[in-house]
Ligand binder design. Structure first.
Ligand SMILES: O=C(O)/C=C/C(=O)CC(=O)CC(=O)O
Ligand SMILES: [Ca+2]
Ligand SMILES: [Mg+2]
Length: 363
């Protein structure tokens, strides 16, 4: 059910001693697309060449992959493969689209001030992250060192549960992007690891830098937009009404529930449905100045927090003041050896896979 024929997410895999190639997940197997469909574009170490082909090619490949999967040929057990970073990430941008998250962080980091800055309801606030430190789910995460402001290992290492949107079709520099579904191929789960002590010291006035650029994890499987039709909902109502370039054309809210597991215990289940800014608005904003798009661009939603279900530990523990209880221990921020796994499902029970990482001690 979870990875049935209505799902068919794309990834990159290899078998021992063989080069990387593109596959589609079918249950607990990978469909070897280059073998099944006989197309060179899938004998590639990343999804990028396929992503660049655009929507008609995506639809055709999905139809043919479904036929091949149903026929049962060219299926390799997941236990026999290694999964790799699915996309050669061009630019990585992170938004700040959850009203609950932005309000909570404002209260925690800027007590006594209005939690939301005056711009927040007028544009999807974002920042440019570091494409080169995006890693695939399962990659261990080394605790970063930096100024906190004294130099040393971060003592407040956190997670951020997010959805990531993968761009396939470019838009020219100086031009404008077209419709969301003509550029964006699909959705990944993202954990934007954040060193809160480094972040709190460095971020004024230019925003996040080394506190977030040491690693960002993404799921090995990219769920195509076509698989998410059943999850599409109207976005949350917005007041004031955004400028015309940010007008929603068709619904790109998504009815998804995320689940954050810390050392195997579920600590929060935020809903993506309640996000204030929808991803079509993020794409329109990202390109309104003529910045263009490249194949492999990744833009993330920002932390997915909903009422009572935050997407980060800084919110869950209110900056460490209210530790979260696990069966035999408590946590404020992450400790060495901790494993965080984020999963997500549609309300119809379709899985978006997982993004997982374990913390290694600082060096
Ligand atoms: O409010 C702040 O100063 C900082 C906010 C964040 O760290 C969140 C961020 O990276 C964007 C997001 O994930 O929503
Ligand atoms: Ca983030
Ligand atoms: Mg990060």
């Amino acid at each position: 059910m979870s990875f049935g024929l209505g799902n068919l997410p794309y990834g990159v895999f290899s078998r021992a001693g063989e080069p990387r190639r593109v596959g589609v997940r079918v249950g607990d197997h990978v469909l070897d697309l280059a073998a099944a469909l006989g197309r060179d574009v899938f004998a590639a170490p990343s999804l990028n060449p396929f992503l660049a082909l655009g929507r008609t090619a995506w639809q055709e490949a999905r139809g043919r992959a479904r036929e091949a999967a149903a026929a049962g040929d060219h299926l390799i057990p997941l236990t026999e493969v290694t999964l790799h970073l699915p996309v050669e990430v061009a630019d990585y941008v992170d938004f700040y689209a959850s009203l609950e998250h932005a309000s909570n962080l404002g209260r925690i980091l800027r007590p006594g001030e209005e939690p939301l800055k005056p711009n927040w309801r007028h544009l999807p606030v974002g920042y440019h992250g570091r494409a080169g430190s995006v890693v695939v789910s399962g990659t261990p995460i080394r605790r970063p060192c930096g100024q906190r402001p004294s130099f040393g290992p971060s003592a407040r290492l956190d997670i951020e549960a997010e959805l990531g949107f993968v761009v396939g079709v470019p838009a020219p520099l100086g031009g404008r992007a077209g419709a969301f579904e003509d550029h964006v191929f699909g959705v990944a789960l993202v954990n934007d690891w954040s060193a809160r002590d480094i972040q709190a010291w460095e971020y004024v006035p230019l925003g996040p830098f080394l506190g977030k650029s040491f690693a960002t994890s993404m799921s090995a499987w990219i769920t195509p937009l076509e698989a998410l039709e059943e999850a599409r909902v109207e976005g949350r109502s917005q007041d004031p009404e955004p400028l015309p370039y940010l007008t929603r054309q068709t619904p790109w809210g998504l009815d998804l529930t995320l689940r954050i597991d810390l050392n195997g215990e579920t600590v929060s289940t935020p809903s993506y449905r309640d996000m204030y800014w929808t991803p079509d608005q993020m794409l329109a904003h990202l390109t309104v100045n003529g910045a263009g798009l490249r194949t492999g661009d990744l833009f993330a939603s920002g932390t997915v927090s909903s009422a009572g279900q935050p997407g980060s530990l800084i919110e869950l523990t209110w900056n460490g003041a209210e530790p979260v209880k696990l069966p035999d221990e408590t946590r404020t921020f992450l400790e060495d050896g901790d494993t965080v796994t984020i999963t997500a499902w549609t309300s119809h029970g379709m899985s978006l896979g997982e993004v997982s990482g374990t913390i290694l001690p600082a060096t």
